[in-house]
Ligand binder design. Structure first.
Ligand SMILES: Cc1cc2nc3c(=O)[nH]c(=O)nc-3n(C[C@H](O)[C@H](O)[C@H](O)COP(=O)(O)OP(=O)(O)OC[C@H]3O[C@@H](n4cnc5c(N)ncnc54)[C@H](O)[C@@H]3O)c2cc1C
Ligand SMILES: *[C@@H]1O[C@H](CO)[C@@H](O)[C@H](O)[C@H]1NC(C)=O
Ligand SMILES: *[C@@H]1O[C@H](CO)[C@@H](O)[C@H](O)[C@H]1NC(C)=O
Ligand SMILES: *[C@@H]1O[C@H](CO)[C@@H](O)[C@H](O)[C@H]1NC(C)=O
Ligand SMILES: *[C@@H]1O[C@H](CO)[C@@H](O)[C@H](O)[C@H]1NC(C)=O
Length: 559
C-alpha cells in the first residue's frame, strides 16, 4: 500500500473524530481548535492514523482492499505505511480485542472482515505528524504538554515490544526524515555504490537511526566491526524541552551516552545520525542449510554441537552470522579464503557427511567469497525473510563466553539450545555480539575518544544472542495470546537457567523479569538520571523503557 492510499484527514474529519462521544480522555477532551493549531504549526502534515486493512472492512471488493490483501505480508509495504506494524498485535488492543486484522495464513480470507467483526483503531495512533523538520517535533511536545495526549515515536514499526504504538495517542512518524528514517536496505545500497561498508542488521527494512541504533544494533559484522552504538559519531535530536541539539563526544555528552544503548523513544526524537563507514571489505562466507529436520532426527543437536564446540575460536577469528536448527550462515571480513576453508572445516565436513548419509539432494553447502557486504546481503536477504504481518511473542537471551569454558558447560549449552528449539521450532542463534571487536585496538581507540556506550556490558562478554518466537492468529482469544507469550518465555528458561541475567532490549521478552538490569546492567542508574534531566514531565514513555510509568493508560493494551 502506498502513502497515497492513506486517507489524508481534512480539518473537518479531525474535528468530527475529536468530538466523538468516547470516554473522557485527553484525546477526546482536546478541542478541534487545538488540533487545528497543531496542524498549522506542522504545515498541514497532521493526518489520521488509518489501520492497514480498514478498506477491507469498508468494502471487501474494492480495489484498495485488494491492494491491502496483496501487501499484507509484504515487509516494505508495512514499513512504508503509517497504520501498519511488522508484528500485528501492536496494531490491536490485546486486552479488548479491538483490531483491524486479516488472517495472515490467508490474507484473502473473508472471515476476519465479515460481520460481526469490525475494524477498530486498536493501538494505532489516532493522529500522526509526518515529521520533516525539527520544529514539527517541538510543536508536538508543546501540544502534548498542554493537552496530555500521549506521544508515540514511530519509524518503521519493527519494534517487538510495541514501543512504537499506543492507544489514543499522537504519533511522530520519523520514517520520511531522510537523515533518520533511512532503512538498512537503502543504506547498504548507498554503501555499495560508494565502495564503503556500514555495519547494520540482517533485515532490509529495519531503520538505521531509530530503535535499532539507540538500543544497540547488532548484525553479522558486529563481532569484527562493533555494534551500531560503537560506530555512531553524532546525533541530532529534539529533546522534550523543544530544543534542537547536536549530540556527540564533545557536546551533550550525557545524551550521547544515553542514545548509544538507552533505547529509542525515551530521551528525545532523533532527526539525524552520523555513523562510521569503513572501507569496502572482502567477505568469506559459508552457508550450510538442510531441509527442516523430521521428528526423531538428531541433525539439529549435531549442528548445535559443532557450532558450540567451535564458537570461541570462530569468534576470535572474526566470524559472525546466524544459525537455526537446520541452517548456519557465517561471514568473516578478516580472513583469507584459504584460512576460511581451514577454519570452517568442522562445519563443512559435518554438512557433507549429513548430506551423503541422508541422501539429501536439497541440502546446500556453499563456501565462497563476496567482494562486499552489499553483495553478500543481496544473496542472503532473498533467502531469509523474517515473519511479517503476524502477531507473535519473541523472547531472547545473551549467551556468555563463560558458557563455553568447559566441556561440561558446552554440553549444558547444547542441551539448552536443543530443548528450547524443540519447544518452539523457531530458535535463532545470532552470532552478533561484538566479541572480537571489544578486545581489539579499534574498541580501545573509540573508548579513548570518550565514547562509552550504555548497552548492558554483557554484550561485550557474549558470544550469542538467542531469540525464539511463538505466533498466534487473528482470532486468538486473550487466553491463547497469553499462552503464546508464556510458551516462548518458558522455552527461553532453558537458557535463562545457565546464563547471566542479560538480554537485548530491542529483541527481548515483553515480560522480561529484572528488565532494567537485564537490558542495561550497571548503566541503568545513569540512564535514569539522564531521563529525569531531559524529560522531567514524562512526555515520552514506552514499555520497559528507562524511567517508564507502568501506570500510564498508554500501556492499557498490554497483556
Ligand atoms: C524482522 C526483524 C528483523 C530484525 N533484525 C534485527 C537485527 O538484525 N539486528 C538488531 O539489532 N535488531 C533487529 N531487529 C530489532 C530492531 O532493532 C527493533 O525492532 C527496533 O526497535 C526497530 O527500530 P525501528 O526504528 O526500525 O522501529 P520502530 O518500531 O518504528 O521504533 C522502535 C523504537 O524506536 C523509537 N524510535 C524510532 N525512531 C526514533 C527516532 N527517530 N528518535 C527516537 N526514537 C525513535 C520508537 O519510539 C520505538 O521505541 C529486527 C526486528 C525485526 C522485526
Ligand atoms: C574499493 O575499496 C577497496 C578497499 O578500500 C579498494 O581496494 C578498491 O580498489 C575499491 N574499488 C573501487 C572500484 O573503487
Ligand atoms: C546422532 O545420531 C547418530 C546416528 O544415529 C549418532 O552416531 C550420533 O552420535 C548422534 N549425535 C548426537 C549428538 O547425539
Ligand atoms: C537418493 O535419492 C535419489 C533421488 O531422490 C534416489 O534416486 C536414490 O535412489 C537415493 N539413494 C539412496 C541410496 O537412497
Ligand atoms: C480462527 O481462524 C482460523 C483461520 O482463519 C479458522 O480456521 C479457525 O476455525 C478460527 N477459530 C475459531 C475459534 O473461530
Amino acid at each position: 500500500m502506498s502513502l497515497a492510499l492513506l486517507t489524508v484527514a481534512s480539518v473537518s474529519v479531525l474535528s468530527a473524530l475529536a468530538k466523538s462521544p468516547v470516554q473522557r480522555d485527553p484525546l477526546s477532551s482536546t478541542s478541534p481548535e487545538a488540533w487545528e493549531h497543531l496542524r498549522r504549526e506542522v504545515d498541514g502534515r497532521l493526518y489520521a492514523g488509518v489501520p492497514f486493512a480498514q478498506q477491507c472492512f469498508d468494502d471487501s471488493t474494492s480495489e484498495a482492499c485488494l491492494v491491502a490483501r496483496r501487501a499484507y505480508l509484504d515487509e516494505t509495504s508495512r514499513s512504508n505505511t503509517f497504520g501498519a506494524y511488522i508484528n500485528t498485535q501492536w496494531e490491536t488492543c490485546q486486552t479488548t480485542a479491538e483490531q483491524c486484522l486479516l488472517d495472515f495464513t490467508d490474507p484473502n480470507s473473508a472471515l476476519p472482515t465479515s460481520p460481526p467483526n469490525k475494524c477498530s483503531q486498536g493501538s494505532i495512533s489516532n493522529y500522526y505528524i509526518d515529521v520533516r523538520l525539527p520544529q514539527d517535533i517541538s510543536a508536538a511536545f508543546a501540544f502534548s504538554r498542554k493537552t496530555a495526549v500521549p506521544l508515540v515515536v514511530k519509524n518503521t514499526g519493527h519494534d517487538y515490544k510495541g514501543r512504537s504504538s499506543a492507544p489514543r495517542s499522537l504519533a511522530l512518524w520519523t520514517h520520511n526524515l531522510r537523515n533518520a528514517g533511512v532503512m538498512w536496505g537503502e543504506a547498504y545500497a548507498f554503501a555499495e555504490a560508494h565502495n564503503i561498508t556500514v555495519v547494520g542488521g540482517s533485515d532490509k527494512n529495519v531503520g538505521v537511526a531509530g530503535g535499532w541504533l539507540q538500543g544497540g544494533g547488532h548484525g553479522a559484522l558486529s563481532n569484527s566491526m562493533g555494534l551500531g552504538v560503537d560506530r555512531v559519531l553524532e546525533f541530532k535530536i529534539v529533546t522534550p524541552d523543544g530544543k534542537f541539539r547536536t549530540v556527540n563526544a564533545c557536546q551533550n555528552e550525557d545524551l550521547f551516552f544515553a542514545l548509544r544503548g538507552g533505547g529509542g523513544g525515551t530521551f528525545g526524537v532523533v532527526t539525524e545520525a552520523t555513523i562510521l563507514a569503513s572501507p569496502q571489505v572482502t567477505l568469506q562466507a559459508v552457508v550450510v542449510s538442510f531441509p527442516r529436520p523430521t521428528p526423531g532426527s538428531n541433525i539439529t543437536q549435531e549442528l548445535f554441537s559443532i557450532i558450540v564446540a567451535n564458537s570461541i575460536r570462530w569468534a576470535d577469528e572474526g566470524w559472525g552470522g546466524l544459525a537455526n536448527g537446520f541452517t548456519a550462515i557465517y561471514v568473516n571480513p578478516l580472513i583469507s579464503q584459504a584460512k576460511a576453508a581451514e577454519s570452517m572445516k568442522p562445519l563443512i565436513d559435518f554438512a557433507n557427511r549429513v548430506k551423503s548419509e541422508n541422501n539429501m539432494t536439497s541440502a546446500r553447502i556453499v563456501a565462497t567469497e563476496f567482494p562486499s557486504w552489499g553483495q553478500f546481503f543481496n544473496f542472503f536477504a532473498n533467502g531469509f525473510v523474517a515473519a511479517v504481518g503476524q502477531s507473535l511473542a519473541l523472547t531472547s537471551r545473551l549467551v556468555n563466553q563463560d558458557n563455553f569454558a568447559t566441556a561440561h558447560k558446552q554440553q549444558q549449552l547444547i542441551n539448552a539450545l536443543t530443548a528450547a528449539n524443540a519447544e518452539t521450532q523457531s530458535l535463532i542463534i545470532l552470532i552478533s555480539p561484538p566479541h572480537r571487536f571489544s578486545r581489539r585496538g579499534e574498541a580501545k581507540k573509540i573508548k579513548a575518544n570518550n565514547a562509552i556506550t550504555s548497552v548492558t556490558p554483557m554484550w561485550r562478554e557474549s558470544i550469542y544472542h538467542i531469540t525464539t518466537v511463538s505466533p498466534w492468529n487473528w482470532n486468538a482469544t486473550t487466553f491463547e495470546k497469553k499462552a503464546q507469550y508464556q510458551r516462548a518465555s518458558t522455552a527461553m528458561d532453558h537458557l535463562r537457567r545457565i546464563t547471566p541475567d542479560a538480554s537485548y532490549v530491542n529483541e527481548a521478552d515483553v515480560h522480561e523479569s529484572n528488565h532494567e538490569s537485564a537490558f542495561w546492567g550497571h548503566n541503568f542508574k545513569e540512564l535514569l538520571r539522564i531521563k529525569k534531566k531531559y524529560d522531567p514531565e514524562h512526555l515520552l514513555d514506552c514499555w520497559h523503557c528507562v524511567g517508564w510509568n507502568q501506570q500510564s493508560p498508554r500501556f492499557s493494551c498490554y497483556i
